[in-house]
Design a protein around this ligand. Structure first.
Ligand SMILES: Cc1cc2nc3c(=O)[nH]c(=O)nc-3n(C[C@H](O)[C@H](O)[C@H](O)COP(=O)(O)OP(=O)(O)OC[C@H]3O[C@@H](n4cnc5c(N)ncnc54)[C@H](O)[C@@H]3O)c2cc1C
Length: 466
């Protein structure tokens, strides 16, 4: 390891996709670069370890993408899913740059594969990492090392010296090679959101946050985000907004990853602890709705819900780590979760009675729907009547938070007085709120990290030279 007492051109805090893209980009622009990853080496890479794909605009089908996804279509999707809560200039800039990122990432050693079937129907819009997020990260780390980026693990940053919008130095929790104070001419903050900080989540969600499960790394506690906001950086985004999906209630508190997510909602009904349905399970196709179910479950009593279905659909969705709980009757199923048996029987009976005949097709908005039921199930409604019956208990699984640091097109942070910081840049989850005011479409997290990471690294390197 090099002498950390020297002054680097660019310091990158974080060790996920955004950090590595920034580090590689800064190094390729001629800067000396140090990456400080708070996690131990085995756990390096934050939430990026769990990812599978990235959404980029492209004008034609490719080896791995089944058709075009134009800038306009990407923008239309983003506008709709955020309800207009996005910075139009930045978002359009990101979408334009995303066209180039697919190739740039390959130049950094990452490989793609065609989309898998049976889950989110992303074959046209999203490129999948060959080997998943970990393989993608390993390629980025290898490239970073080969071109001379210095990387320190177990290197949690606990303080930042910032004067009048200018970064001076970062303080390590424990010394590395005798150094605790790390100096650099420019900073790239890529240290994720605050999703793993339950106390911080509680400020907005109250005690309900105790029942949240965190799908990714326990190391994203938002400490860098908080330091930056406390030291004059302008914040962006609503602190209650986040990406949250329904995951198995038996999942671990942290790092359960993709195999704990349930994609079976559209094939059944979802009830709360009072055995009552609370939302239209067939509102829209699953890729456009999976990311609302975490918040929906968070709003239910004790933040618990149950996906109920029967044996006719058991093999229709990707299996998860946890098997469904089976029973020969609805009453018996209720007993396995301490749900009121009569209440669950009535909910299922009312649902079955309201189902109208139709032709089932879960890939389109089909005509299988309920009539006279509140809430309705507007598509894919079929009777639950073929034993054995099954249920998955689900809780809110928080993926990442949207509160962040405001940046401009150069990924340069803006201070509370509106002035650009002299030498501080941000990329990834820590600034996702600029683009995502609310809502989500699969693969945008990695687009934000890659595009703004690449920009931040380049700009930080240039900043350090001047
Ligand atoms: C289960 C799961 C599946 C997902 N799947 C996808 C997907 O397929 N496609 C997609 O686009 N998005 C996906 N996401 C979201 C995606 O993971 C994030 O948007 C993306 O990885 C963010 O990259 P990042 O570099 O900003 O943050 P991260 O990859 O989380 O990296 C943050 C880094 O900062 C480090 N850090 C934190 N605090 C400190 C500190 N004080 N000092 C030093 N280091 C610190 C952490 O250790 C970590 O290495 C998924 C998320 C999860 C949890």
């Amino acid at each position: 390891m090099v002498d950390l007492g020297q002054k680097f051109d660019v310091l990158v805090i974080g060790g996920g996709n955004a950090a590595l893209c920034a580090a590689i980009s800064a190094r390729r622009s001629g800067a000396s670069v140090l990456v400080l990853e708070g996690a131990p080496k085995f756990y390096r890479g934050g939430n990026t370890r769990h990812t599978r794909n990235m959404r980029c605009a492209h004008d034609a089908a490719t080896d791995i993408l089944t058709g075009p996804y134009t800038e306009q279509e990407f923008w239309d999707d983003l506008l709709r899913l955020t309800g207009g809560q996005t910075d139009e200039e930045l978002a359009k800039h990101m979408i334009r740059e995303s066209k180039d990122i697919l190739g740039w990432v390959v130049e950094q050693g990452v490989r793609w594969q065609p989309s898998l079937g049976g889950t989110l129907s992303l074959g046209r819009t999203n490129s999948f990492f060959l080997g998943g997020g970990r393989a993608m990260l390993n390629a980025l780390y290898l490239t970073a090392e080969q071109i001379g980026v210095e990387i320190a693990y177990d290197a949690e940053v606990t303080d930042l010296k910032i004067q009048d919008g200018m970064f001076l130095s970062a303080t390590l929790k424990r010394p590395i090679g005798g150094a605790t104070e790390i100096r650099a001419s420019a900073l790239v903050a890529a240290a994720g959101g605050f999703e793993a900080n339950i106390e911080w989540l509680k400020q907005y969600w109250g005690d309900a946050a105790d029942n949240f499960l965190i799908r990714g790394t326990p190391y994203n506690r938002g400490s860098i985000l908080k330091l930056l906001l406390d030291k004059g950086v302008q914040e962006v985004g609503d602190p209650t907004q986040c990406h949250a999906v329904a995951i198995d209630a038996r999942a671990p508190k942290f790092d359960g990853g993709i195999i704990t997510r349930h994609d079976s909602v559209v094939f059944g009904i979802v009830v709360n602890k009072h055995a009552e349905r609370f939302y239209d399970e067939g509102e829209d196709i699953w890729p456009k709705r999976y990311a609302i179910w975490g918040r929906l479950v968070a709003a239910q009593p004790d933040q618990i819900a149950y996906i109920i279905f029967d044996s006719s659909v058991l093999t229709s969705f990707m299996p998860t780590l946890f098997p469904p709980i089976a029973a020969g009757s609805i009453a018996e199923l209720a007993g396995k979760f301490e749900l009121d048996a009569a209440a669950l029987e009535k909910t299922v009976a009312d649902f079955n009675a309201a189902v109208r005949p139709g032709t089932f097709d879960h890939t389109i908005l089909d005509d299988c729907r309920t009539e006279g039921l509140t809430p309705p199930k507007t598509h894919w409604a079929r009777r639950i009547e073929t034993p054995p019956y099954y249920a998955y208990p689900v809780r809110p699984g928080i993926t990442f938070t949207y509160l962040g640091t405001r940046v401009n097109r150069e990924a340069r942070m803006l201070m509370k007085d509106g002035k650009p910081s002299a030498n501080m840049f941000a990329a990834g989850e820590i600034m996702a709120g600029n683009v995502l005011g609310k809502g989500y479409a699969a693969g945008i997290g990695m687009t934000i990290g890659s595009v703004f990471g690449r920009i931040a690294g380049r700009e930080a390197a240039q900043n350090a030279r001047n």
